[in-house]
Design a protein. Structure first.
Length: 531
């Protein structure tokens, strides 16, 4: 499988996917196939080459990098190639990435440009194909619109939207289409703009004759064979650099025995591992990273099986997740560190502290799961429907409405008046981000989530031996567990409510600041006043 990696440039971070071995081949995957899928396909079709596929600016892990015209976007790609230390090498581009490839010149220059599927992109340009508006909607139907656009781009004749294409690359399976959906939907309006910029630039591709054209990848091997002669093997990817601003959140990966773990990082100083709630990614913890990065380094991993981390096939319980967190600390060379965890993350932090107190300084446990066993059993039976990519994208609205109902009811599947929550539905942009976190976990989303409701918090909480703060905000559906936590926790453990749950939407700026200040005071060893 391809290896994901972030490269940091002056304009932000871009993500690349690397696969294979041999001399370098830089790839722009186009606008209908995910870079991860493209890298995997090419490494099998082109043995003897190291394929580095770039997620295009405005998409996927490169979504934060943007420009308003093709030359500037091409410059962002060249900056990434230069930062990766790639020598001049062939540049291969698919469909609508052709104008970007032809505009790549400085500070990195390709050694020849190869274009695949240009005739498809030219057909789209002739009929003016563009996505329908992808503005995020409260009902989530923008995801269905995007799915239909991507699927039709593969299925239909480029010049005739009423007929299926009888020739072309093999049609993607639902998993491959889902990978591209998630790439495009990271910032859907930027994907829409990128498509427009590239399709408007297609006439320049037709006019330029200095690139080799191919209808498919089958003939690439013979065409590239002469270029491989005498080229050195690719060098290892350089470590990902943080931003110059220590408070800025940056993305990284770290390898552990169980798989590659995606990290969000900010700050410098004593390390704090911030452990997420299931089932999505650590993205909702961004307010925490921004708030606690002064004087410490905050590191928020996506659990293996969740978010942008690897998805190993294995049984998962809280002990496994605690071992994974320790493996992250080991891989980063952290001998001693503090812990902050929420919901599932609170249980992981608790278990890690009980198992390895010699490695832990201070620990914040936000809303550890303390609910009646019968309630846990009901949740395990009903909370976790299967979410698998579907050929027509039916899983997208399933995921959207499941996420939305989590703000309406507790538990989300108990849709009745006595189960309503007061937190309110967030705006469409926030709900979109939370849904994308769920979709990024795929069919593995429930494994860490189920672990939380199987864990015996009552047996483990009394075994804390490190300074601990147990807390919860008033809108948290697990806040009622604080009363029992106070009875179970060892003497000296602080148990208190907080003004906010900082990773929930619409908590109020003042309440969030007060809660962050409370966390900060405790982690610095200062007295914490009850909320």
């Amino acid at each position: 499988m391809p290896t994901p990696h972030y490269v940091t440039t002056a304009e932000g971070q871009l993500r690349v996917w690397r696969s294979g071995s041999g001399p370098d081949l830089l790839v722009l995957p186009g606008l209908i196939t995910a870079a991860s899928v493209c890298a995997d396909t090419l490494s099998r079709a082109l043995p003897g080459w190291t394929v580095t596929a770039v997620e295009l600016p405005g998409t996927g892990g490169s979504a934060a990098v943007w420009a308003e015209d093709v030359p500037a976007l091409a410059r962002r790609i060249a900056d990434a190639a230069n930062a990766l230390g790639l020598p001049p090498c062939p540049l291969l581009a698919f469909d609508l990435a052709a104008p970007l490839a032809l505009a790549v010149t400085e500070p990195w220059t390709p050694d020849g440009v190869l274009l695949v599927g240009v005739e498809v992109a030219e057909g789209w340009a002739v009929r003016g194909l563009r996505p329908a508006p992808l503005t995020v909607r409260d009902d989530g139907t923008h995801l269905a619109v995007l799915w239909a656009h991507l699927r039709d781009a593969h299925v239909l004749d480029p010049r005739d939207p009423h007929r299926p294409a009888a020739q072309g690359a093999p049609l993607p399976d639902p998993a491959a289409l889902d990978a591209m959906l998630r790439t495009a939907a990271t910032a859907p309006e930027r994907y829409e703009a990128l498509w427009s910029l590239c399709i408007d630039a297609m006439p320049t591709v037709t006019a330029v004759g200095n690139a080799q054209r191919f209808t498919g990848v089958e003939a690439l091997g013979d065409a590239l064979a002469p270029a491989a002669s005498g080229r050195p093997a690719s060098r290892p990817l350089p470590p990902t650099r943080p931003f110059a601003d220590p408070a800025a959140v940056w993305h990284d990966y770290v390898d552990t025995p169980q798989g590659r773990v995606h990290l969000r990082r900010a700050g410098r100083g004593r390390p704090l591992l911030a452990l997420q709630s299931a089932p999505g990614s650590s993205a909702p913890l961004l307010p925490l990273l921004h708030g606690l990065a002064d004087g410490r380094e905050v590191i928020a991993p996506d659990y293996l099986g969740n978010g942008d981390s690897d998805k190993p096939e294995r049984e998962v319980d809280i002990g496994v997740l605690a071992d994974d967190a320790l493996a992250v600390a080991d891989a980063l060379g952290l001998e001693s560190f503090d812990l902050w965890g929420t919901h599932t993350g609170a249980l992981v932090a608790l278990e890690l502290t009980v198992r390895h107190p010699e490695r832990i300084g201070r620990v914040v446990l936000e809303a550890p799961v303390l609910i009646p066993p019968s309630f846990s059993a009901d949740i395990l039976d009903h909370y976790f429907p299967a979410l698998r990519p579907d050929r027509w994208g039916l899983h997208l609205l399933h995921a959207w409405n499941m996420r939305r109902d989590m703000f309406l009811f507790w538990p989300w599947y108990r849709q009745q008046r006595d189960a309503v929550r007061s937190i309110g539905v967030p705006d469409a942009a926030v709900l979109h981000a939370w849904t994308m976190g769920l979709l990024s976990s795929g069919s593995h989303y429930d494994r860490s989530y189920r672990a939380a409701f199987r864990y015996d918090t009552r047996a483990r909480l009394p075994r804390l031996t490190r300074p601990a703060l147990i807390c919860a905000g008033p809108a948290d559906m697990l806040v009622e567990g604080l009363a029992e936590a106070k009875q179970l926790a060892p003497a000296g453990t602080q148990v208190t409510g907080t003004p906010a749950t900082v990773w929930y939407p619409a908590q109020g700026d003042k309440a969030v600041r007060q809660t962050i200040a409370l966390y900060d005071a405790f982690l610095r060893g200062n007295p914490v006043a009850p909320a």
